[in-house]
Write a protein that binds this ligand. Sequence first.
Ligand code: PLP
Length: 733
Amino acid sequence: MSSLEVTAPDKTSHPDLSELSAESLYEKCNELARNLWWSWHTDVVNLFRDLDPVRWRQLDHNPMALLREFTPERLAERCTELVLFTRINQAYRRLKEYMDTADQSWAATNAGVLGAHPVAYFSAEFGIHESVPIYSGGLGVLSGDHIKSASGLGLPLVAIGLFYDQGYFNQLLDIEGYQTEEYVDTKVENLPMEPAQGQDGKPITVAIDTRDGQLLAKVWLMRVGRVKLYLLDCDVEGNSPQDRQLTSRLYGGELRTRVRQELVLGVGGVKALRALGIQPGVYHLNEGHSAFAPLEVIRERMTDDGLSFDEALREVAQRTVFTTHTPVPAGHDRFDGGLIEEHLGPLRDQLGISYEQLMGLGRVEPQNEGESFCMTVVGLKLSRRANAVSSLHGQVSRRMWSHLWPWRVEEEIPIGHITNGVHVPSWLAFQMQNLYDRYFGSNWMRDMGSPETWEGIYDCSPGELWETHNALKNLLLEFVRRRVSRQCRRRGESEEVVEAARRVLNPNVLTIGFARRFATYKRADLLTTDMDRLAELVNNSKQPMQVIFAGKAHPADEPGKQLIKKIDNLRHDPRFAGRIVFIEDYDINVGRHLTQGVDVWLNNPRRPLEASGTSGQKVVLNGGLNLSILDGWWAEAYNGENGFAIGNGTQHVSDEVTDQRDAETLYQVLENEVIPLFYERDAHGLPQEWIKRMMNSIHTLAWRFSAHRMVGDYTLHAYLQAAGGISCEMSMR
Ligand SMILES: *Cc1c(COP(=O)(O)O)cnc(C)c1O
């Protein structure tokens, strides 16, 4: 131990030493803050938090912003007060060691061939941490989890995205409960990113030709563990004032903005890789937004290697993996011929193909002039391997796109599936991790993909598991009360209302969580189908329940906003006041609290529209139980004893009938299964059968629905074949 760890640097007697140490301490903290590796290491998160807990919360848990408020001297003082030197040095050493040991990773053994030619992973959003607002929801969180696991597995992978300086929006409900959107400029200096450098050591700007002039984008580098994430940003000199705002907002604006953003992501992304000197062996298009990318790669191959368009297309498709994420029609971007010609015209000239040929690539029926250009279609046509994100979604997607391969039977449509998973270190509560450390052995994370690892949960005493869960539930309730009272105050409600908000919910009551995008097919209001029946459940004198809601509606989704209003207004009904709450501004932070603390996670989409869903997987890790329609991941996860199912996996042709039936089944399952089981207590007050179900859930699901398993599957079933020129289609069914 160095003397610094026990005594304050003495400025008067050792001026040089103290200055040096304060500087190096400050530098170490900054280096930790500049790699998002910190975000999935609770001890490092806590280290930053301890520097100034109040500012930490106010600054959205952003260590870059926090450190900017410290001088090296004040930081050193603070560290002395709190004896933080050892923790900082340890964290710093761990980061260094992590960065230096990729050669001992899973991928070093299993995916060595990707070494010199990494996977280039394209996504329109990345949800890594609440302090980096370049995501809107599920797709972004999935991309974030994908690259974190790629880092953990040591997979050679670089990621490409867009930098949105206003991100998605902050959700504020007005006094009526109607959603309003607030856009805030992100301070670039508070984000862990730097200008990416080209091979000549200079910052990179890429230029993309359109019929209407050139579009420029600069490139940022963000470090996510061992993975480098490159973000393109159109706010550069040389762009028109309007184009400087092109990448300001996620999914904002009309179709022309949308096609231009996707041009920057796909074509600009490939150009950025070239300027960086990176030669990918595999291109993974995560959703259709980036599906222009292969066209630019084809151009490169034609120019560099003298291939014909058809030859280049075949070779590029061989290296391309495409993942489709939704069966909902609005989730598939479509552009008319005018927008396509304006934006891809110059590239089309270089490819030497006609307007009709280009349009044909984005059409199900190439010759059909009435058909617009669909990003999913071009993604499917320009990739040799395509997949959906759950088993059921695979079936649905094969049916949905069967007309692209009219000569094949449905089972042979070449769309496989790799079910989504979550990044365990990011979503697992620290208290649960401690429990697992004790029962699974301290190296369990290394073996988390194996079911045997999780068998250890049955060795845990039921009382201990229950206590740990309840500690997390109490933290959630504290969080909810803080947020609900804050939002009442902001809306200018009376002191009485604000005070009442500090006492909402009861820790002894069965607590149900529902948080997701307020798209209508997710049916946030299914529980309110019969208000009297809901009131009976909520107010039952012996076995009550309470519900926490959260979620944003897309700014243009009026029906979604009406749903939010309807749920929020339940607080004015005395039967529900203080028992059903809506928390504003669902984000990764709210998601983490909710999925770590609820007893039950409710998911009731209109089947089969939920491609996968991942929030319920976060709940599994933390001991909550899923109550869900047999859709998405739950259709393959539920085994009768590891949670609860709503219905039997069927749906009626009429949505109205389906909704009525599902509501009835939901009430029945709550009344007959969920609620009685939760309140069935032994002499010590423990719900033994419930706890058994928690253990079953953890044992049967945690290992399967992790992002490490998911990225492992992508590697073994898609990336390696794509890189090695193996031409079989993805056979994951
Ligand atoms: C996990 C997560 C999602 C995705 O969950 P779904 O089950 O697909 O709704 C969306 N938003 C946030 C903030 C999340 O943390």
